[in-house]
Ligand binder design. Structure first.
Ligand code: ADP
Ligand code: MG
Length: 399
């Protein structure tokens, strides 16, 4: 990777504006999973060691700007205060939180910053111009600092004022988290060691068209699981009962099947259930035997064996989308076994992208078993689609 990184910037005694992804789940002021905050610590700690003056900003949830009543409600719900408070427990530095996204109080806090101290700005989405990449807002935020660091991988697929606008104005670089994400994903997508096996699952074909399209072009095999498999079965003329089916994508699935030939590997059996519930009655059936009043909720045991065989010897594995409804124990086995098979590969670059897939791998105990689990849901999907991410493109290449 040839992009400027934080190590290439002169940050000593400088005011450094850092876009982080602190979009964490908060319930009644309490942070659920702080993984996103923890993931930004290497960059923050590096800057503190370098005696920089660190200004952090992030979005948090959504803020409606059409209905004033809703705006106030959203702002109240998505206040960054608990995040700043939590950050203060994770770093060895003074952390000041500013309730505003602009104005005299913010400017004073920034001007009073000492070397090795942190200011956290209020939720960027309090500003209507944030998601429109408003140039005036970008100029204002840029005016607070000497340089900019982009460490919010999960937001890098969006061209907003805090991700792209400020980077166009200030000397800018990638933080360590984004650097790590881009390295791992690029190695898999742009420079894969072969054989390269891709696994795509999850709920819907429609969410994954571009991912399947791109992976069919670059991988040696594409294994399909999850809810999207049933649209492919339908395309083969099979009946899928109450399984997830996108009628309007059947033609597309046919097209994929024709073009991909034996590159595309579909499940051969299924765990079907009489309802979408943990206490459902279940059966293992082949694709031809799905009862009309049952739904497929996981891949079956023969499919697990088939997928394990396809994975044997793989040197690159890219995985997006769970193999079944892993949130419910009776339908988690397919995802679990695929996780296990990938984690046992030797000398392979194994990368997971997608919010639910990452959650599944972590929940099933495989957090340390992959080369890389992406922190960016939508951003990692766009990367797998082969798209360029504006928040990364905007950062200059090294001289
Ligand atoms: P990601 O976030 O990794 O891109 P998706 O959002 O596409 O993944 O899909 C994840 C969801 O797909 C999970 O909530 C899972 O329960 C669901 N899913 C997987 N298999 C099935 C299935 N056979 N039927 C219905 N839903 C499924
Ligand atoms: Mg998802």
């Amino acid at each position: 990777m040839n992009k400027m990184t934080v190590k290439d910037l002169d940050v000593k005694h400088k005011k450094v504006l850092v876009r982080v992804d602190f979009n964490v789940p908060i319930q009644d002021g309490v942070i659920g999973d702080d993984n996103r905050i923890v993931s930004a610590l290497p960059t923050i700690n590096y800057l503190l060691e370098q005696k920089a003056r660190v200004i952090l900003f992030s979005h948090l949830g959504k803020v409606d700007h059409k209905d004033p009543e809703k705006t106030e409600k959203d702002k109240k719900k998505n206040n960054m205060a608990p995040v700043a408070k939590h950050l203060a427990t994770l770093v060895d530095a003074k952390v000041t939180f500013v309730e505003e996204t602009r104005g005299a109080i913010l400017e004073e806090a920034v001007n009073n910053l000492q070397d090795g101290e942190i200011v956290v700005i209020q939720n960027t989405r309090y500003e209507k111009g944030e998601s429109k990449n408003d140039p005036e807002l970008s100029r204002y935020w840029a005016s607070l600092a000497d340089c900019f660091v982009s460490d919010a991988f999960g937001s890098s697929h969006r061209a907003h004022a805090s991700t792209v606008g400020v980077a166009e104005i200030l000397p800018s670089a990638l933080g360590f988290l984004v650097e790590k994400e881009v390295k791992a994903l690029s190695a898999a997508i742009f420079n894969p060691k072969r054989p390269f096996v891709a696994i795509v699952g999850g709920a819907k074909v429609s969410d994954k068209i571009a991912v399947v399209e791109n992976l069919l072009n670059i991988a040696d095999k594409v294994l399909i699981g999850g809810g999207m498999a049933y649209t492919f079965f339908k395309a083969q003329g099979l009946e899928v009962g109450n399984s997830l089916l996108e009628e309007d994508r059947v033609e597309l699935a046919k097209d994929f099947l024709t073009r991909a030939k034996d590159k595309l590997v579909l499940p051969i059996d299924n765990i079907v259930a009489d309802k979408f519930a943990v206490d459902a009655n279940t059966k293992v059936v082949s694709n031809k035997e799905i009862p009309s009043d049952y739904m497929g909720l996981d891949i079956g045991p023969e499919t697990i064996e088939l997928f394990k065989k396809e994975l044997q010897g793989a040197k690159t594995v890219v995985w997006n989308g769970p193999m079944g409804v892993f949130e419910m124990e009776p339908f988690a086995k397919g995802t679990l076994e695929v996780c296990r098979a990938i984690s046992e590969l030797e000398d392979a670059n194994t990368v997971i992208g997608g919010g639910d897939s990452a959650a599944a791998a972590i929940q099933l105990g495989f957090k340390e078993k992959f080369t890389h689990i992406s922190t960016g849901g939508g951003a990692s999907l766009e990367f797998m689609e082969g798209k360029q991410l504006p928040g990364i493109e905007v950062i200059a290449n090294k001289e």
